[in-house]
Design a protein around this ligand. Sequence first.
Ligand SMILES: NC(=O)c1ccc[n+]([C@@H]2O[C@H](COP(=O)([O-])OP(=O)(O)OC[C@H]3O[C@@H](n4cnc5c(N)ncnc54)[C@H](OP(=O)(O)O)[C@@H]3O)[C@@H](O)[C@H]2O)c1
Length: 202
Amino acid sequence: MLEPRGETEDGFERHLGVNFLGHFLLTRLLLPALRASGAEGRGSRVVTVGSATHYVGAVDLDDLQGRHAYSPYAAYAQSKLALTLFALRLQRLLEARGDPVTSNVADPGVVDTELYRHAGWVLRAAKRALGWLVFKTPDEGAWTTVYAAAAPELEGVGGRYLRDEAEAEPLKAARDPELQQRLWAEGLRLTGAGVGADDAGR
Ligand SMILES: NC(=O)c1ccc[n+]([C@@H]2O[C@H](COP(=O)([O-])OP(=O)(O)OC[C@H]3O[C@@H](n4cnc5c(N)ncnc54)[C@H](OP(=O)(O)O)[C@@H]3O)[C@@H](O)[C@H]2O)c1
């Protein structure tokens, strides 16, 4: 989060590569195993760790990698909105195929971790001074993710944005089917459409 512009070994802007494309590719590679291991009443679950930062995010499909204009804040927010778009589209595709797999987003809240290492000194100082008041502990920060992965009441339930172990509403743009589809197509183009031949859809 909030890194100065840099690139992964594959040449992707780092927020996009690490926070979005990696998850996109990994999930697609795992889909055949997830389908095979899911069953009626005991579905497989894809839990994508999102962030409230997606509410201030925008996906710039013309400059996804921030080559023309770069802001660490915008890059992080874009990567988290991209994840939300991905997770919600994945659910629609899984549903359409009748797969025993669900896809939800878990927003952990504000958690006291190493995530803030690249934040400016003001934010880091505020975190040191007031962190105990505002931040969840790492254990507490894991609860929503564990809830999404294990709660019996979420059996067969997908397409949810979860926060504090309850459903919340994501940014409206995250449910935009056209934006979801265009981002998915771009994800396939960047990571290799042929990978994971048993894809959920294109
Ligand atoms: N903390 C919060 O307030 C907060 C809020 C909303 C969402 N989240 C989300 O929660 C998730 C976990 O974050 P965290 O708070 O636990 O942060 P963290 O303490 O910084 O942990 C980040 C994890 O990502 C790994 N990582 C970082 N850069 C990487 C790279 N270039 N390639 C591969 N792995 C890399 C780190 O691996 P190493 O340990 O090996 O470096 C570490 O395991 C993230 O998706 C974050 O966006 C956190």
